[in-house]
Design a protein around this ligand. Structure first.
Ligand code: ADP
Length: 495
C-alpha cells in the first residue's frame, strides 16, 4: 500500500478496528499505481464517468485485506509513479488542485447516494485532499441524501491552498467563491472549506486539537478553528500491535517480553555493531528515528550534541531530510565517534532494531500532531523522552516525582512511562537527557518505567471506540457552520 505518513496509517487501520464495534466502513482511495497494483483480479466496476476533470474515470470496488475499497481509477490524474503529491524533481504536481478536488467530488457523490444500495450515514474525510467533500455536499447536494461529515486534520501545515485560476474547473457555483465558502485570501482554500463545512473536525491528539486553536500553532487558521471549537476534538492514533510486537518481531536480534527484558541487551550489542560504537552498559543509548527537520527539533539536537554526550548519554540517529541538518549531525558524529553515530536514510528494519535495543528514544518536536515513534518506543520498552507538545504530551506519562511515587510508596516507579520536557529548546532537551541518565542509573526504577510503557494501551481499539462514539453522537445533529470569521494570512502553510 502507498503511504506517505500518518494519514495512511489511520485510513488503513481504522476500518478493521471499527468492524467489531458494529461500524462498517468503506474506503475511497485515488487510483495511484500502488493502489491499482494491490487490487485483486475480481474488481467490480461500480460507475463510469467519461468526462471527469479532463479525462475518463471509473469507480472500482474490491476487498483488500480488511479494507472494503472503492478506488477512483482516473489514469490522467493518478497514474504517476512515486510520491503521490510530487513530481520527480520534488515539486507539487501542477494539477494537484484538480486531482484532489476530483477525489473529494467523488466522495460527495458517493455520499449523496449515487452508488446503488449504498447510502452512508457518515462521510469521514482526511486532510486537504478530502476536505472539499463537505463543500461539494453543501453546494451541490441540495435535496439529496446528506451524510454527516467528519474532517480529520493530520497536520495543519498542509492546507491545500491554490490559485483562484483553478476555480472554473471545480464545478462549484460562483457564490461558493466567497469568504464564507472556499475563498481564502484570494485563493481557493481546501482545508479552509473543510473546516467551514464539516460537521465535526478531529485532529490526531487532544493536545494538538487545543494547540491548533492558538495563534502560535494555528498556522493562520486558529480563528476559524476557535469559531468551530465546539466541533473540534482530538483522538490519538494507535499502532499495529501485531507488526510492532517485541515478542514476535523477526527484525530483532533477540525477541523479548515485559516479563524478561534481558534479551534487549543482545539488540543493543547489534546496534552498537551496526553503528560502529564500542559496547557500553554504563550510559543509556538514546535513539532517534525521524525526518530530519526543524519541526522535529533536529537543530536543537545538533546544537546540543556535545553537551548530550558530556551528560553521559550516547546517541544513535536514523533519519533523512534537510541537507544542512544531515551535515550538522554527521559533523557531530565525527567529533564524538565513540558516543554518537548517524545513519542517513530510511530503513524500516533498522528502526525495529533501534526500538528493540536502545534504552530510550528522543522526540524533541516543536509540534507533533500525534507522533508514532514514541508509541513504538512504549511498546518496545524503549523509554520515550519527548517534548510536551501534541500527541507526545498525550501518550507519555512523565517520570516526575508524583508519577514515580504514585504506586503508594513501594519506591518503584509507579505510573511513569517516559520523560517529558516543557521548554522545547536546547536547555530543556539537555535537562531531559540528564534526567534520563540519572534514572537509567537506577536500574529498578528504569525497568519499571520500561514495563509501565510496555503495558500502555497503544493499539487501535480505544481510538476506534472514540471514532465510533463520535460518529454515533453526530447522527441527527445540524450540519456544518455558517459565516466563520476571516482567518489570518498564513505564512507557514504549504499545499
Ligand atoms: P511524521 O509522520 O511527522 O514523520 P511520525 O512519528 O508520526 O512522524 O511517523 C514517522 C514514521 O516514519 C514512524 O513510523 C517512523 O518509525 C518512520 N520513520 C521516520 N524516519 C525513518 C527512517 N529514517 N527509517 C525508518 N523509519 C522511519
Amino acid at each position: 500500500m502507498l503511504k506517505t505518513g500518518g494519514l495512511a496509517d489511520v485510513v488503513g487501520a481504522l476500518p478493521g478496528a471499527l468492524a467489531p464495534l458494529g461500524v462498517k466502513m468503506r474506503t475511497l482511495l485515488p487510483g495511484h499505481p500502488k493502489v491499482m497494483e494491490a487490487l485483486p483480479k475480481d474488481v467490480k466496476e461500480l460507475a463510469t464517468w467519461p468526462a471527469w476533470f479532463g479525462g475518463p474515470a471509473r469507480l472500482l470496488a474490491a476487498q483488500v485485506g480488511a479494507l472494503d475499497l472503492i478506488v477512483l481509477d482516473a489514469p490522467h490524474l493518478y497514474a504517476r509513479i512515486g510520491n503521490p503529491y510530487l513530481d520527480a524533481s520534488g515539486r507539487d504536481w501542477p494539477d494537484n488542485a484538480q486531482r484532489y478536488a476530483s477525489l473529494s467530488y467523488a466522495a460527495a457523490r458517493i455520499g449523496w447516494g449515487e452508488l446503488k444500495g449504498f447510502l452512508p450515514d457518515v462521510l469521514h474525510v482526511h486532510d486537504w485532499q478530502g476536505a472539499l467533500a463537505p463543500a461539494y455536499l453543501h453546494y451541490l447536494g441540495q435535496g439529496k441524501h446528506r451524510p454527516t461529515t467528519v474532517l480529520t486534520i493530520h497536520n495543519l501545515a498542509f492546507q491545500g491552498q491554490f490559485s483562484s485560476s483553478i476555480w472554473p474547473q471545480l464545478g462549484l457555483p460562483d457564490e461558493a467563491f466567497s469568504m464564507n465558502g472556499l475563498e481564502y485570501f484570494g485563493d481557493v482554500g481546501y482545508l479552509k472549506a473543510g473546516i467551514q463545512f464539516a460537521d465535526a473536525i478531529t485532529t490526531v491528539s487532544p493536545t494538538y486539537a487545543h494547540e491548533i486553536r492558538t495563534p502560535r500553532d494555528g498556522m493562520g487558521m486558529d480563528a476559524m478553528l476557535r469559531w468551530r471549537q465546539s466541533a473540534v476534538s482530538g483522538i490519538v492514533n494507535g499502532i499495529d500491535t501485531d507488526i510492532w510486537n517485541p515478542a514476535t518481531d523477526s527484525l530483532l536480534a533477540a525477541k523479548y517480553t515485559a516479563q524478561d527484558l534481558t534479551p534487549r541487551l543482545a539488540n543493543k550489542r547489534e546496534i552498537e555493531k551496526q553503528f560502529g560504537l564500542p559496547p557500553d552498559d554504563s550510559s543509556p543509548l538514546i535513539c532517534m528515528i525521524t525526518r530530519l527537520t526543524t519541526q522535529k527539533g533536529i537543530d536543537l539536537v545538533a546544537n546540543a550534541l556535545d553537551a548530550v554526550v558530556a551528560s553521559g548519554a550516547r546517541l544513535v540517529i536514523l533519519g533523512s531530510g534537510d541537507a544542512a541538518l544531515e551535515g550538522a549531525l554527521r559533523a557531530g558524529a565525527e567529533r564524538q565517534p565513540e558516543r554518537v553515530a548517524v545513519r542517513i536514510g530510511y530503513d524500516e528494519a533498522l528502526s525495529h532494531l533501534l526500538q528493540g535495543g536502545s534504552d530510550a528514544i528522543l522526540v524533541p518536536s516543536r509540534f507533533e500532531p500525534c507522533g508514532l515513534t514514541q508509541l513504538y518506543g512504549l511498546r518496545y520498552g524503549c523509554v520515550p523522552v519527548v517534548a510536551r507538545v501534541g500527541g507526545l504530551a498525550d501518550t507519555v506519562i512523565d517520570a516526575n516525582d508524583a508519577a514515580l511515587k504514585a504506586d503508594g510508596g513501594t519506591g518503584v516507579a509507579g505510573v511513569a512511562t517516559g520523560l517529558q520536557f516543557g521548554e522545547v529548546d536546547e536547555e530543556g532537551l539537555l535537562d531531559a537527557v540528564r534526567r534520563t541518565v540519572r534514572l537509567y542509573r537506577q536500574p529498578k526504577v528504569w525497568q519499571q518505567i520500561q514495563r509501565n510503557g510496555m503495558r500502555a494501551d497503544v493499539g487501535w481499539q480505544t481510538s476506534a471506540a472514540e471514532y465510533a462514539a463520535l460518529y454515533r453522537s453526530l447522527q441527527g445533529s445540524p450540519h456544518g457552520s455558517q459565516n466563520p470569521p476571516r482567518p489570518k494570512e498564513s505564512k507557514k502553510a504549504k499545499s
